[in-house]
Write a protein that binds this ligand. Structure first.
Ligand SMILES: [Fe+2]
Ligand SMILES: [Fe+2]
Length: 443
């Protein structure tokens, strides 16, 4: 709790105080992008930070309703040291004055915006007639006044969702320049609080949908684990890890990836072999070469897997990656023999990751895995044949960054190229010669 002495004159900040119209405009601009932020905590911090900074307040905070705890929690608090209300300090039950006051929309008595200033309460307390009409109101106002003084708040601004559900309350500390909040400012902050709680509600909703999505992915992974714990499941985990590195790298190189949400891409590569559940185990675990008939059965797994995701609206891109992860860049893969850029980018990435993992780990048909260096060489040899050449280069960079491959390994792979040239062509953070082609060709 703040323990700054009351009524102590505030030192004037050397920074210029913005006029209302100036800070209104910059806060409006800042809030325009709010709906796009899907991380609720980040959004809350940003809102409070912007309010303190732009309106030049001693401090501000945001109290938000917590569905699970059935109470209002101070979610963010910013401002001058000593004035900020410690986050863990406030947890307010629904029957406490501040919540009761706004839940019952008593703010409407004082101000058309529904917000309340400390001075409004003081003048209201002098009007005895209203208190005679409405029992309990005086105590409620006194309780609220006490809370405002305790929290050193100059104004409370409610954030309603659909006009009656109180989702949050904005705490506004005093202004640094000592001026009072004007009516137009209260109107503005009320609109801002409404936008803020809507954006926060959206972000929370998004998070809960995301949780369901991850639950479904986990359930699917469990079904694979039960079917093939020895090979397919560990293969999924490793490919997920390398896939994460790979898209981070593509991101840093600004190659326009991901064109789909990152979590969707990672889910696609994590579950790319989900269709193998329908492949008989004796084929999957066969130690010798497969017969033509067995190959035919194994080759069904991309389509079987894609059909699972095609059932879920919104996961069409996942289905495409799963369907085409066995295609080859030169058109000799399956199931459709797609060629080059016609293969979705995600599936081309999956093909590189998949082959590297298959080579560097024991398989039923090959007990001794390839070394990383050998596998890298095979990837490089497979450029333009099995693999997208640009993606092989990016993947080799990832191997170098991860310390899985060294420059001397590379030197052995490219004996005729100088280390400097290797560095320039393979390890630069700028786009390689053809990498620009990746952009926009995800599907
Ligand atoms: Fe596969
Ligand atoms: Fe695979």
């Amino acid at each position: 709790m703040a323990n700054r002495k009351k009524n102590k004159p505030l030192k004037r900040s050397p920074k210029k105080t913005l006029s209302f119209s100036e800070y209104k405009r910059s806060l409006e601009l800042a809030t325009e992008g709010m709906v796009e932020i899907l991380d609720a905590e980040r959004l809350i911090r940003l809102i409070v930070y912007m309010v303190v900074k732009k309106a030049r307040l001693i401090h501000a905070g945001l109290l938000l309703y917590d569905e699970e705890k059935k109470s209002y929690i101070l979610s963010s608090s910013r401002g001058r040291r000593g004035s900020v209300i410690p986050k863990e300090y406030i947890r307010i039950a629904s029957d406490e004055p501040i919540v009761k006051f706004f839940n019952e929309r008593k703010g409407d008595y004082f101000n058309k915006s529904g917000a309340i200033r400390l001075e409004d309460l003081d003048s209201f307390l002098k009007e005895k007639a209203i208190f005679r009409k409405e029992k309990g109101l005086r105590d409620l106002i006194l309780g609220l006044r006490e809370e405002m003084i305790n929290y050193e708040v100059a104004a409370f601004v409610p954030g309603y969702f659909q006009t009656k559900n109180l989702l949050g309350i904005l705490f506004l500390g005093r202004k640094v320049n000592g001026e009072k909040f004007q009516q137009e400012e209260l109107d503005f902050f009320t609109a801002l609080a409404r936008t803020a709680v809507m954006a926060i509600r959206n972000a929370q909703l998004y998070k809960s949908i995301q949780k369901i999505f991850y639950g479904v992915i986990k359930a699917m992974a469990l079904s694979i684990e039960k079917f093939d714990p020895a090979f397919t499941r560990p293969h999924m985990d490793r490919i997920f890890k390398m896939g994460t590195r790979m898209i981070e790298k593509l991101d840093r190189k600004k190659q326009g990836f991901p064109n789909m949400p990152r979590e969707l891409f990672l889910s696609s590569i994590f579950l790319h072999d989900i269709g193998k559940q329908y492949t008989p185990r004796e084929i999957l675990h066969k130690e010798g070469p497969l017969t033509d008939e067995e190959w035919k059965i194994l080759k069904k797994h991309p389509v079987d897997g894609a059909e699972i995701f095609e059932q879920i609206e919104g996961l069409e891109e996942v289905a495409l990656i799963v369907r085409y992860h066995q295609e080859k860049f030169d058109g000799t893969g399956y199931p459709e023999g797609l060629k080059g850029g016609a293969i979705p980018l995600g599936a081309r990435i999956a093909a590189v990751l998949d082959s590297f993992d298959a080579m560097t780990n024991p398989r039923p048909y090959r007990k001794v895995p390839f070394s990383v260096q050998h596998a890298a060489m095979e990837l490089i040899k497979g450029k333009n044949k099995q693999f997208d050449p640009e993606l092989v280069d990016v993947f080799v960079e990832v191997l170098l960054e991860e310390g899985m491959l060294s420059y001397s390994d590379l030197k052995e792979i490219y004996p005729d190229v100088s280390v400097e040239n290797l560095f320039n062509s393979l390890v630069s953070n700028s786009a390689g010669p053809g990498l620009a082609n990746i952009r926009g060709t995800f599907l």
